[in-house]
Ligand binder design. Structure first.
Ligand code: FEO
Length: 399
């Protein structure tokens, strides 16, 4: 049975949902699954926008065959060569032997890297500004390198004013019958996963996302069709604004995220005390996370959202508590910047974590590290109230 949805009169969503994969890229937990989107344009020529992951091939082929209604497939546009989108090229060539594969020169080269298939004479390399006329539709290509791989391009359909945006504007989460963002409570149920997807998958490439947003601003876009998650046909600017903020590394909310790494609960207790004082001082949005327990992708997502960060960390074997070290490495890798950070350190032998974390933060751009560290020797003691007050006050003042 086909599972398809109409996007416009001529465009059909023929993608698939995967609710059985536990980790996207074998890294990121996806308890709500993920969708691999693919779109079929039915014009004088038929055009498929990308394929899907190998795990859902059977459903995908059924969707295409149904949507084609006995017609052949003329073009496959490969916007992105990550295997979650390109696993079915060879199968499509078997089924539709007259198929022409359209992509950037780099994408066409990557097909050969991934797959031993003969595509000689079956490809069309396109570059910035090239167009493909399919009858009544004109598809214009724009290169979007590093959003999220170097070969990526996006495609603008001039007739229906649709931007096929590749990985940009994607989110984790399977589409449970609802294809359009206006059919769901996007802010309530999806935004956290959209932020986690952005910050972890594309977060490193803010400059390139800014480049793509500039190109998009010059177009009249009525619909955004990403490769994952819902399609946008209403209130586009809401999501585009988020992308603009995330890619400029500007925090979304005046908020404090407290992330603690605690071996026996004593550093956690200090983090708790900080959270209480911040709340008493009137800071409404204060969140606490255990670095050992919460997946690093969730922490990165919260760091992208919040303006202020408290890192509370035990010293471990003279170094940084390993899960916190892992978080810091990820922050660096994903170009986290423009945040204000306060540090709580703990050490029974000698508290070194504050100094070592400072060194890591100094390697990130425009990170303001607040002067007053809260330093514990094993536990936060009754006598340290003044220190705690001063520590919290500096965060409140910085907000
Ligand atoms: Fe959804 Fe970069 O692949």
């Amino acid at each position: 049975m086909q599972i398809t949805r109409k996007v416009t009169d001529d465009i059909v969503w023929v993608g698939c949902n995967d609710r059985r994969l536990s980790r996207f890229e074998n890294l990121f937990p996806i308890p709500r699954g993920v969708s691999y989107n693919s779109y079929l344009i039915l014009d004088e020529k038929t055009v498929l926008m990308d394929t899907v992951d190998g795990s859902v091939t059977q459903q995908f082929l059924e969707n295409i065959a149904y949507a084609l209604g006995g017609r052949s497939l003329d073009y496959l546009i490969v916007q992105h060569m990550e295997p979650d989108h390109c696993a079915n090229i060879e199968e499509l060539l078997y089924r539709y032997p007259k198929l022409t594969i359209v992509g950037s020169a780099k994408a066409l080269q990557m097909i050969g890297q991934f797959y031993d298939m003969d595509i000689e004479g079956k490809t069309m390399a396109v570059k910035e500004g090239d167009v493909l006329n399919t009858g009544s539709h004109t598809l214009r290509f724009a290169m979007a390198p590093m959003v999220h791989w170097p070969e990526v391009m996006v495609t603008y359909d001039e007739k229906d004013k649709v931007l096929f945006s590749a990985d940009a504007f994607g989110t984790f989460g399977a589409l449970n019958g609802k294809l359009f963002s206006d059919e769901m409570d996007f802010d309530g149920e999806w935004m956290a996963d959209a932020r986690r997807y952005y910050s972890n998958i594309v977060g490193k490439y803010g400059m390139q996302v800014q480049g793509l947003l500039k190109k998009a601003a010059a177009l009249d876009i009525q619909v955004i069709c990403p490769l994952h998650g819902p399609v946008w046909r209403e209130n586009l600017e809401h999501f585009v604004d988020k992308y603009d903020k995330w890619s400029r590394y500007e925090p979304e909310d005046k908020a404090v995220v407290i992330i603690y790494g605690s071996i026996y609960g004593n550093t956690e207790a200090a983090a708790d005390a900080v959270a209480c004082r911040l709340t008493e001082a009137g800071i409404k949005d204060v969140k606490m996370y255990d670095v050992s327990d919460v997946h690093v992708s969730e922490l990165i997502s919260e760091i992208f959202r919040c303006s202020h960060i408290v890192l509370a960390c035990s010293t471990y074997n003279g170094g940084i508590y390993p899960p916190m070290e892992n978080l810091l490495a990820d922050m660096k890798a994903l170009s986290v910047q423009k945040r204000t950070v306060a540090l709580v350190e703990n050490g029974t032998w000698a508290a070194a974590s504050g100094r070592l974390i400072t060194k890591e933060l100094e390697e990130m751009k425009e990170m303001q590290i607040l002067d007053k560290k809260l330093s514990l020797k094993s536990v936060l003691k009754q006598g340290q109230e003044e220190e705690l007050e001063a520590f919290v006050s500096q965060i409140v003042e910085a907000m």
